[in-house]
Design a protein around this ligand. Sequence first.
Ligand code: NAD
Length: 470
Amino acid sequence: MAGINFNKQVEENFQAASQYLDLSEDLLNQIKENNTIVHFKFPIRRDDGRIEVIEAWRAQHSHHRKPCKGGIRFAEIANEDEVKALAALMTYKCAIVEVPFGGAKGAVKIDSKKYSMAERERICRRLTFELHNKNFIGPGIDVPAPDYGSGEQEMAWISDTYSSLTHELNAPACVTGKPVAMGGVRGRTEATGMGVAFGLREICKNQKLMDQVSLSADINGKRVAIQGFGNVGYHTARYLSEMGAKVTHVSEFEGMISNPEGLDIKELNEFRSKNGSFAKFSKGEFTEKRDDVFGVDCDILVPAALENQIREDNYDQIKAGIIGEAANGPVTSEASKKLFEKGKVIVPDIYLNAGGVTVSYFEWVKNLSHIRFGRIDKRFDAGQFQDMASLLSEVTEKDISKNLVDKFQRQGDEAQLVASGLEETMIEALRQIIEVMEEHDYKMDLRTATFVLAITKVAKSYELAGIFPG
Ligand code: NAD
């Protein structure tokens, strides 16, 4: 969004939290500042023979933990300030969900939709070559992942190029979000949206916060509106529906679709994938006014597109009591303050969308250990459960339902383990955030509490390393 400095927004949030912390100015500056950034350009050949120069960035915000970690965004509006802001958010996000990475982010200034598959492949391979030459990629250095405008396919090209350049044993761990057949982990594609749904479900269980917005303490039946129906928006909608919430409005580039009874998310996704738009989706009402999504009558509003969507000029339209930041930085710091004053609950990005990096961490661990989660213990656990069921049946002289035994025996495959690790992570991170809120008598907003927790954790690493003795 023109005129809004995203990096300044992140710094303002950092500043607001710093006031609650007894840390030296030097340490705060070390944590806040972006450590390294490269800005580079490279040529690629378009399908019609023209040569085009592509602009790209990679920022490593913090090296307090290594490798650095963060997605690569493919967007026409990408710029250096945005990349730095997103890299900083990654540092705080990793700290909140306790994954051992420093924050990073990359961007390629293109609209992927305007490039053929072959052109995108050439861009990704050359990008990897450039990053490798600059020592900005590697399993122990810096590990990219998907973000806005990129997905599994881009990660596959990056992994393949890096592997052919280095021949390292752990080469596939140079990037996460890969297809499973190339070393990806089951559940990474949907992880961010699944994490958003877990996070919102847990927020809705907090009686104090729900009293603040006069809502019942249960996700069941909550009416949800979502902006952006890409990777994060779609999976968020899908899991929230499965949890019993009603997704009544979804907005995309072409406009907004709504159904007060709740949209069938899988059907809507299939329709849009096939037709390129949901304008003609028969089980909902369509309007071209996509930004109307901010003012709809609902309980939870989920911006899942881009930053700076809710600002001083439109925050007043919002009727939802809860705003779940699935995208990075969708609410400006000014709008955030005003919404807090109005009693709204904003669930901050650095907590809510951290499911992606959490499962990326699982993928990285899987690549380094060279074994699929559950491969060694699944059969063993199933056998143990069978033995226990037989013993119980013998002692009680009662039959144990075969269906129950079968159900337990099927559990423990990689997708289930990843989902349960993610669920545990989102629950535990929120428990810690709420502890900060309680320490301050719920006088601060969730974002400030989350930043306080993140900064405290990063500061601890520096203090323990003896760099800034506490
Ligand atoms: P995506 O490209 O898959 O989807 C984004 C969608 O938003 C697209 O379909 C696009 O058409 C739509 N959109 C853009 N502007 C819009 C507007 N004004 N109104 C309505 N729709 C609009 O990207 P994504 O991976 O889903 O990422 C979305 C956000 O989530 C970004 O802020 C990204 O940084 C953040 N995020 C993504 C991940 C991840 O794992 N992909 C992880 C953490 C955070």
